[in-house]
Design a protein. Structure first.
Length: 290
């Protein structure tokens, strides 16, 4: 089976969405390297806005192309006008032989955020979306432990794995990369295999968490992300003061006591990256929508 990004929001340009080949499975598309995807993150300027009874229909342009976006049950906070910059998380679809994005999550954004997205999309195109998946690690040489974690996390996400057993990890990480991990961690792994060492680091930093003897990828665990977002909203609804100051990590930890602090921090990072929450001051966060 072709390795995929099925559960990952791929950061792409609109031109990439328009030219991505369809796979043999309906609703699934292919990146340049043959990996499968359907979810996308895009930024662009609204060049046409049509209000429908059931949804908002916007045509969005990012300099590489334009695409129709169907926004369902979304409160943007203020009306969407021509020329507004928009961040969209959605699913790429084909409607009447035309590519569209169907979205339940979007928000107003800034030109600066769009520039950051462009830089990240270019980096991913160079290092991930166009690379042979079996050799992806070669394009990201180790510089420190964080770089090693990033490589392994990308490999897990590329394979579309939201959870796996420790035993499966040996088959997920190619032998060549295991050898590099062995070399890198040989002085600090205390008799553990290089794979177990990197998995332990990823647990300590919140990229992974354990339940029922399985390791779960925090950034791909929709239930945990939804729970964390719901708690941010709940805290703001229950306490008017927090609507001004924002919710702290410490306050979130008390609302989700069974989750490690590092995992809560990772959830917050992912939610902020997705645009579900935003930072207001000193590590405090507010939901984009209440």
């Amino acid at each position: 089976m072709v390795e995929c990004f099925i559960d990952v929001y791929c950061k792409l340009f609109i031109a990439d969405l328009l030219k991505a080949p369809s796979s043999d499975d309906e609703g699934i598309f292919l990146l340049t390297n043959g990996s499968r995807f359907r979810k996308v993150q895009l930024y662009g300027v609204a060049v046409q806005v049509i209000e429908k009874e059931s949804h908002l229909h916007a045509t969005v342009e990012d300099g590489t192309g334009r695409i129709d976006v169907y926004l369902w049950n979304i409160e943007l906070g203020s009306p969407l006008r021509l020329g507004d910059t928009l961040m969209v998380l959605g699913t790429l679809k084909t409607l009447h032989e035309k590519r569209i994005v169907s979205s339940h999550s979007a928000r107003h954004s800034t030109p600066l955020e769009e520039m950051v997205h462009r830089a990240e999309a270019l980096r991913l195109r160079e290092h991930v979306y166009t690379q042979n998946m079996m050799h992806i690690h070669r394009s990201l040489p180790f510089k420190n432990a964080s770089a090693a974690v990033e490589q392994v996390l990308q490999l897990i996400m590329i394979r579309g794995l939201s959870s796996f057993s420790r035993e499966q990890a040996d088959t997920i990480i190619p032998q060549e990369l295991q050898q590099q991990l062995d070399e890198y961690f040989q002085s600090s792994r205390h008799g553990q295999s290089p794979v177990q060492t990197i998995l332990n680091i990823m647990q300590n930093t919140g990229e992974l968490f354990t339940t029922n003897d399985r390791l779960h990828v925090t950034s791909m665990n929709d239930q945990l992300l939804r729970t964390t977002l719901a708690q941010v909203r709940s805290l703001c609804v229950d306490d008017p003061n927090l609507r001004e100051t924002g919710v702290s990590i410490w306050q979130l930890e008390k609302k989700v006591p069974s989750v490690e602090q590092s995992v809560v921090r990772r959830c917050v990072f992912v939610l902020e990256e997705r645009g579900d929450i935003y930072s207001v001051q000193n590590g405090r966060y507010l939901p984009t929508e209440l």
